[in-house]
Design a protein around this ligand. Sequence first.
Ligand code: PMP
Length: 425
Amino acid sequence: PRDIASMIERRNRLLGPGYQLFYTDPIELTHAEGVHLYASDGTEYLDAYNNVAQIGHCHPRVVEAVSRQLANLNTNTRYLQEPLLDLAEQLLAHFPPALDRVTLTCTGSEANDLATRIAHHHTGSSGIIVTANAYHGVTSSVAAYSPSLGAGERPGPNVRTIAAPNPARFADEAELIAAVRSDVRRAADDLVRTGHGVSACLIDTVLSSDGVFTHPTGVLRALAEEVRSYGAVMIADEVQAGFGRTGDDWWGFARHGFVPDIVTMGKPMGNGYPVAAVVLRAEVGQGFESAVRYFNTFGGSTAAAAAARAVIGVIEEEDLIERSRLMGASLGDALRDLARDTDLIGAVRGVGMFYGVELSSEGGPVGGARMARKVVDRMRRAGVLISASGPHGNVLKIRPPLTFEQTHVDRLVEALAAGLKAAEP
Ligand code: PMP
């Protein structure tokens, strides 16, 4: 048997204890296939934790495309190479025509960093509006737009936050939208008053780290109207919600009936191979283009382009957005059924294959978070991987590959029901 304890000691020594592992009692992964991850002790896990393996782990088409490309050519994007252009065309075909430019990067953080720089150049302002517990990435500028990182990474002086729109706090959608509008105006007015001006609102189209809020449709359109009335641009962060996860379109913004000025994406784009992108209206990028010579050695490298093209091809050909809608509906029904049977579930929120289950307890969110950790751990022992999220950590986050089948949904919900039972105070 593998000595997990000494591996953890080695990891802490080499990477530092701050480089956190998800489970307190971790598993060592050795390989993966489809919806499953395998550990060194032979255990098979159903993976509903992560939105990287959007089309299933180690999809043969991605493996084949990347291997072939690596064996043939993979280098600096400054050379003229057709795969990058093919990818740009294939990607833009899934956007409204107004979004007509692509810059490829390696990570979601770089994409958000670039998007906000472009917004600064376009507007001549530096103020950014984000949600109260947003996470947008790791570069120094984007970390300052990520309040979820906590006190150690204080939001910059040019950052203002708005509350995540929580439908449970309002009588109806109209009231919620009115509250969002006034929140945005308060944030924007303050940025203007303090001399930063408003350059952009950077927002997840399904709020992930804020606790999986799917925004009733219409919220983002109203928010965009307010933001644009200040001359600022809307940046949709699709790192979590994009590539069909919402089950109704390629992008989370579509449900809201509005078109962002800039869209960022990453994570599932290469199904594990690092590739990310900024898609925008060419006109919005002009100021940046004329002022800055941007260059990214590996962004959309030949092999990265091959990976992303394979991923897009599989989503198209395996009809994975429709599958996400169907399996997501089944998952949502089962979660809502479960919520009716237990007082431990305060709310079920979600769309497509992206669900949040908020746990409530007498101990408030702190008690809910303790319970969430127990549920996540119990499910892990039953061979099902999910995570907990939100500002208090009391929201179970469920993001399976879009290739989930009914038997996988059943197994997940069964494990969740058992986990909740075991976590009952
Ligand atoms: N935006 C969102 C919404 C994310 O969830 C993440 C990653 N968790 C990022 C941006 C940053 O992406 P990356 O880790 O690829 O830099």
